[in-house]
Design a protein around this ligand. Structure first.
Ligand code: APR
Length: 259
């Protein structure tokens, strides 16, 4: 860990009041949910798995949909609990310095850790709900998983019989316009952007970093490996975020979250 960068990062955080926190899959690996591109990433180990997250394959191939439903049923999300990273950010929120928390994760662990839902933007959606691709039907994921348990392999929308999918944003789908607009407003308004556990390689979310930089925000990146935005970082901290984040945010995981 680069001590000097850590200390500078802590000073800038202490001096900031409107922080945009941007999180990625690295935050949830400690909760048992693999990331995508890290050394043990889902796509690092099985490039074909990416098809499950591409809307073209999903709508055209029932086999891909059935495989996607099985992977939702078997997802480690259902057993996962917030990790040190989620808890550090939730505790830090009590300083009132977080303007917005944009997460690329679909697991809902930030809210479970206590981050206020009105500050969290789940910019790539959520696995905890399902949505119809052809009408406005939306429901809790557990209802669709109950249909799977009773033998349906590819449950269709109960309202219009259209294709049903987790309420996540797949490749080929556009982000929810209001979510992206809100995230971009936060990037323009923040005085510091803290990116944690993300390769910062997927647009338009990765574009929040240069957007904040252009408006004079400090950029701090915390990740186990280099990211696509390291050249914009005022401080790039490489290592385990479960150690770096508590040090950066001056939070001790041993102390109970309620104190
Ligand atoms: N500490 C620090 N970094 C970690 C840790 C950890 N404990 N665990 C994993 N990482 C790092 C990995 O090394 C990797 O660089 O987190 C990063 C996760 O990057 P990705 O797997 O690319 O995940 P993310 O950036 O969130 O992906 C963005 O792409 O796959 C789509 O829609 C999906 O939201 C996702 C988006």
């Amino acid at each position: 860990m680069d001590k000097e960068q850590l200390l500078s990062g802590r000073d800038w955080i202490f001096e900031s009041n409107e922080i945009l926190v941007l999180t990625g899959a690295g935050l949830s690996t400690a909760s048992g949910i693999p990331d995508f591109r890290g050394p043990q990433g889902v796509w690092t180990k099985d490039p074909d798995a990416e098809k499950l997250s591409d809307i073209r394959y999903y709508v055209s191939d029932a086999r891909i949909r059935k495989k996607a439903w099985r992977s939702r049923r078997d997802s480690p999300v259902w057993e996962a609990t917030p990790g040190i990273g989620h808890r550090a950010i939730a505790a830090f929120e009590r300083t009132e310095k977080i303007h917005t928390l944009v997460t690329q994760n679909i697991d809902g662990l930030h809210q479970m850790a206590g981050s206020s839902p009105d500050r969290v933007i789940e910019i790539h959606g959520t696995i905890r709900e399902v949505a119809c691709l052809e009408c406005t039907y939306r429901a809790p994921m557990k209802e669709a998983l109950e249909r799977l348990e009773s033998g349906e392999e590819d449950p269709a929308c109960p309202a219009c019989n259209g294709i049903l999918k987790s309420a996540t944003v797949s490749f080929g789908q556009s982000l929810i316009p209001e979510d992206l607009a809100r995230a971009e407003r936060a990037a323009c308004a923040c005085d510091l952007l803290l990116a944690v556990g993300s390769t910062l390689s997927v647009y338009p979310v990765a574009g929040l970093v240069p957007m904040a930089k252009e408006r004079g925000a400090k950029i701090i990146i915390v990740n186990a490996e280099p990211t696509a935005m390291d050249d914009l970082a005022d401080a790039a901290l490489f290592g385990d975020l479960n150690e770096l984040l508590p040090a950066l945010l001056n939070w001790n995981p041993e102390v109970s979250d309620t104190e």
